[in-house]
Ligand binder design. Structure first.
Ligand SMILES: [Fe+2]
Ligand SMILES: [Fe+2]
Length: 276
């Protein structure tokens, strides 16, 4: 039986009533939660890979909490470069964390351990895993023989998106040095930060990154400083972790174009439910 989780990233919340790049992030998250409740209520957890807020205000974390409290399963939050640990913990005082104050934690499931990392490097766009955080990772990898999925905000490599490649994890070599002895147990790497749907493999480890819930990075591989953001639609990733595979489904949950009847090629009319 699969362990089903929802992977969201970069909701970039701001205080209630404010806009971010002309988008209402609370409304986006509310729509997303509505669809999750309607479409995949049997999920076991939701993991949000950072940039929970855009400027790190406590009021923005309150908005996040208000929406996430509607989900009937655990929600785990990671830090991104737009986040503020202390403000987050003031609003989510019971959220798991490492004893040194980093928002790092593991979630044990029957099939796989989910190891969640904190790559926030205060006041910088790029990310880092300092010695303390890498030592904790090594301890977690050593603590069990279970397969592992890793979650983090910053990708540990360049993807070719010119405007994002300067802002990755800056010490990916040290990160890989910790991972390498355990690489056969690492089933998948989940991250965010890119504000685009990107997938592939790194060092033989498969990875996936969903778009932001709000604005997206332009599909531009040359301009390192575009003066616009893309209005491409948000996505949630539905992840099924099986004993022999990891399956990631990307769902454009705001899509509302009418369906087409596959027999008549006309606009699809939903059958009327006689009980309604
Ligand atoms: Fe972001
Ligand atoms: Fe980010």
């Amino acid at each position: 039986m699969a362990y089903r989780l929802i992977h969201l990233s970069d909701p970039q919340l701001v205080p209630a009533g404010q806009l971010n790049y002309d988008i209402d992030p609370q409304s986006r998250l509310r729509h997303c939660v509505d669809r999750l409740l309607q479409e995949v209520p049997e999920s076991s957890a939701c993991i949000i890979t950072g940039d929970l807020t855009h400027w790190g205000e406590k009021d923005a974390y309150q908005v996040l909490k208000e929406e996430l409290d509607r989900l009937p399963y655990p929600v785990y939050c990671l830090m991104g470069n737009h986040d503020h640990r202390q403000h987050f913990l003031e609003v989510f005082p019971d959220h798991p964390r490492q004893s040194e104050g980093f928002i790092q934690f593991s979630v044990e499931t029957a099939l796989v351990n989910l190891i969640c990392l904190d790559t926030l490097d205060d006041r910088k766009r790029s990310g880092i895993l300092c010695e303390q955080r890498l030592a904790w990772l090594q301890h977690e990898l050593n603590a069990s023989d279970q397969p592992v999925c890793l979650f983090m905000h910053h990708p540990p490599f360049e993807t070719g998106l010119a405007s994002m490649d300067r802002d990755n994890l800056i010490n990916s070599e040290a990160f890989w040095a910790v991972l390498q002895p355990y690489k056969d147990r690492i089933r998948h790497l989940f991250f965010g930060h890119l504000h685009r749907s990107v997938s592939g493999s790194w060092q033989g480890i498969s990875f996936s990154c969903p778009p932001s819930l709000v604005h997206q990075t332009p599909f531009d591989f040359h301009n390192p400083k575009p003066d616009y953001v893309s209005p491409e639609p948000p996505v949630y990733n539905l992840v099924d972790l099986h004993a022999d595979r990891v399956v990631v489904h990307a769902h454009n949950f705001l899509h509302d174009s009418p369906a087409i009847n596959s027999r008549t090629c006309q606009r699809y009319q939903k059958p009327v439910d006689p009980d309604s």
